[in-house]
Design a protein around this ligand. Structure first.
Ligand SMILES: [Zn+2]
Length: 199
């Protein structure tokens, strides 16, 4: 039987290729449609686990510290990510609050929890309980995790409001920036390499 573990399919045009080992700064590109098939990622299991745990700590900072504080004529107010979701929930479009909560809080949290769970076992050279389920969920959650969109929104708000009020970016905003970068690094498409590392 054909060993399908050695093949890679272009997600954009369904062409099938043999996987290659990439060197630093290299990427494999589909000859038919030009999409990127594989990108070099020098992370070892230990490094990926360490960065995932760091991201977990940063997630806590991003959620419990204010993203920004505003003050006007002596009155000041600060808001965390949860406050923003709660404010949306009490507005006219409650549904958006749910989408926001999933994409900026819940999806990144589950991505990190699943990653840490899978990687802890991977370090011992074995598949975690529910490995296949976890790996499928990592793929499912990725498009839902939209921290960078939230970060962009928060930055736009900071600049827009800065003209009218005293706006102070908070620890939460810095943490949000760091978290978006970390999640892109540890939970990108290349986590699928774990299928090959743990046959
Ligand atoms: Zn293609």
């Amino acid at each position: 039987m054909l060993d399908t573990g050695q093949l890679i399919i272009c997600e954009h045009c369904d062409s099938v290729y043999h996987k290659v080992t990439l060197g630093k700064h290299q990427k494999a590109v589909c000859v038919r449609c030009g999409a990127v098939l594989q990108r070099y990622n020098g992370l070892t299991l230990q490094q990926r686990l360490a960065l995932s745990i760091t991201a977990g700590v940063v997630w806590i900072l991003a959620n419990f510290y204010p993203v920004m504080s505003i003050s006007l004529q002596g009155f000041s107010n600060s808001a965390t990510l949860w406050d923003s979701v709660r404010a949306l929930a009490s507005g006219p479009i409650t549904f958006i609050a749910l989408v926001a909560a999933i994409s900026i809080i819940i999806a990144p949290m589950f991505q990190l929890l699943i990653l840490i769970w899978v990687l802890l076992f991977a370090l011992a050279g074995q598949r975690s309980p529910g490995f296949r389920f976890c790996m499928r969920w990592l793929e499912t959650l990725r498009p839902w995790s939209m921290l960078e969109v939230c970060l962009l929104g928060a930055l736009v708000a900071v600049f827009k409001l800065a003209g009218m009020l005293d706006v102070l970016p908070g620890i939460g905003l810095l943490a949000l920036g760091a978290l978006s970068l970390l999640i892109i690094r540890v939970a990108g498409r290349d986590v699928r390499e774990l299928w090959d590392t743990l046959p």
